[in-house]
Write a protein that binds this ligand. Sequence first.
Ligand code: SF4
Length: 283
Amino acid sequence: MGLGPQWQARDGWFEQHPAELERQAILHSRQQQSLASEASAAAQPPQQAVAAQASPVPSYSNQQPEHSAPLAAALHLPSDSARISVTPSPNVEEALLGWEQLEETVANCQRCQLCNTRTQTVFARGNPQARWMLIGEAPGEHEDRQGEPFVGKAGQLLDNMLAAAGLDRDRDVYIANVLKCRPPGNRNPAPEEILACQTYLQQQIRHVQPTLILALGRFAVQTLLQTEQSIGRLRGQLHQYQGIPLIATYHPAYLLRNLPDKAKAWQDMVLAKQHFARLSQPA
Ligand code: SF4
């Protein structure tokens, strides 16, 4: 159904992933700058050397992704022109962690009160190299117990919708939530919890570099788009999250309670597929 290239997880893929290569290139560039700076300082009179040492080294979050295109071209990566380089949010200063370190950090996180009531953190599921990224709200009871997002009836409905759209849940999509821990009683997440957790989702997005985000449910949509408008007003059009095309649609759990809106959710999926096909075409 015109899904474009399909990506399979493979041994060593992480070391070859554009985000990891970009990180390595930046580290290398910093080392070169540092060596050049030391050599320059050694050759300067003492006062100039002090001034040179005081020059700030730019943090990773301020680096422009200038290495992506040359690296991708040099490695002949397939259709990466359709991937979107993510500009980190200016209020997130943390360096990009590797996947394993990020997952371990989340597993041990105690940044907000939800760490006291969770059974376990829920990181993500699916293919980290997928071109589609689905983002939901937060783990529910089943997810908290099983450690995986979108399980239970809502997960089954989502899987069925993905299958009907020709998308394999394990191969073609990467699925994560705004929050990694379950709010007790499935209450709405609190603003301070979102703030505490936002860096993890941003890092996931920076790694995946999805071509398209499908935001599931009012909470995820409003959080990502920084708006209080309803899904009814936001669906049916293409939005942007930090430069990445985003389609808003209903959460599967909502659809289980409001069956008539399933038709609208399917329209959103069709719209998302149309945009994905267009975005995947070579420039
Ligand atoms: S919800 Fe996020 S910030 Fe809060 S404890 Fe869990 S992982 Fe940490």
